[in-house]
Design a protein around this ligand. Structure first.
Ligand SMILES: [Zn+2]
Length: 79
């Protein structure tokens, strides 16, 4: 999965960021998707773990969280 980039009819390029694990598409409320680096920064601010490259590893906030501290999350949910 990971990043995709699309050329647009108006000559612009849009980037799409998907979670490698669950396929969740990162949605941003502004025009961050016009720049891969800005899109990554926006995703990281939401808790995503994003590789620096389009072909790198990208995890959404939930997958990144479970990968970071799965046991902590289960304890938290049970409490
Ligand atoms: Zn995910």
């Amino acid at each position: 999965m990971s990043g995709e980039c699309y050329s647009h009819f108006n000559g612009g390029i849009e980037y799409e960021l998907r979670c490698d694990r669950c396929g969740t598409l990162f949605r941003c409320g502004d025009d961050s998707y016009f720049s891969w680096r800005v899109l990554c920064a926006a995703a990281e601010a939401e808790g995503w773990r994003v590789g620096p490259d389009l072909e790198g590893e990208h995890d959404c906030d939930e997958c990144a969280g479970s990968r970071r501290a799965g046991s902590d999350r289960r304890q938290f949910a049970a409490a």
